[in-house]
Design a binder for this molecule. Structure first.
Ligand SMILES: Nc1nc2c(c(=O)[nH]1)N[C@H]1C(S)=C(S)[C@@H](COP(=O)(O)O)O[C@H]1N2
Ligand SMILES: [Mo]
Length: 160
């Protein structure tokens, strides 16, 4: 599977464009098979954010992790330090790319997220359909819902 799924760029030494096969080829020490072991109810196989970023070499100037989903124009920008040791990227289910219904083909996931809009690292930062990860020095574009009303409106618009 040689289609580019994920671009990683910004404050990195070597920007990369990754396919499903590239993600699957990340060394076993960074692979997290079956995330349901960590997060009950969530399925699929992941790589650690740290393992993924090892492919591009974050610069010391990188402070924020930008998660971009062009599919529905959803974006989050969160402090890199806070998620480097726990962030996951789920990319595979039953040997195939993660289905869109589960936020695939590439979905960011923080196992121990805070409730929506209670913290910078909240459930809303679990961005689905991520096609670009961008490291930046200052906070970048972030259109997560920021209060209960906008959150309810977003979820209502996705029902059906
Ligand atoms: N691309 C994209 N990712 C997204 C969203 C979205 O609207 N678009 N909603 C976010 C919000 S507000 C929440 S609470 C979680 C919900 O994830 P779930 O449907 O897997 O429970 O996804 C987040 N990721
Ligand atoms: Mo949310």
């Amino acid at each position: 599977m040689s289609q580019v799924l994920l671009t990683i760029d910004g404050e990195v030494e070597t920007p990369r464009q990754l396919t499903f096969d590239d993600l699957a080829a990340i060394p076993a020490e960074h692979q997290v098979p079956d995330v349901s072991r960590l997060v009950p109810g969530r399925q699929g196989d992941a790589v650690t954010l740290r393992g993924l970023l090892a492919l591009v070499g974050p610069r010391s100037t990188a402070r924020y992790l930008g998660l971009h989903a062009a599919a529905d124009n959803f974006h989050a920008s969160i402090p890199l330090d806070a998620v480097l040791d726990r962030g996951l990227v789920i990319y595979r289910l039953a040997g195939q790319p993660l289905p869109a219904g589960r936020g695939g083909p590439v979905r960011f996931f923080i196992p121990d997220f805070a409730a929506c809009h209670t913290d910078e690292i909240d459930e809303c930062a679990n961005v689905k359909f991520v096609d670009r990860i961008e490291l930046t020095t200052t906070k970048g574009i972030d259109n997560r819902p920021h209060d209960g009303d906008s959150h309810a409106a977003l979820h209502a618009s996705q029902r059906g």
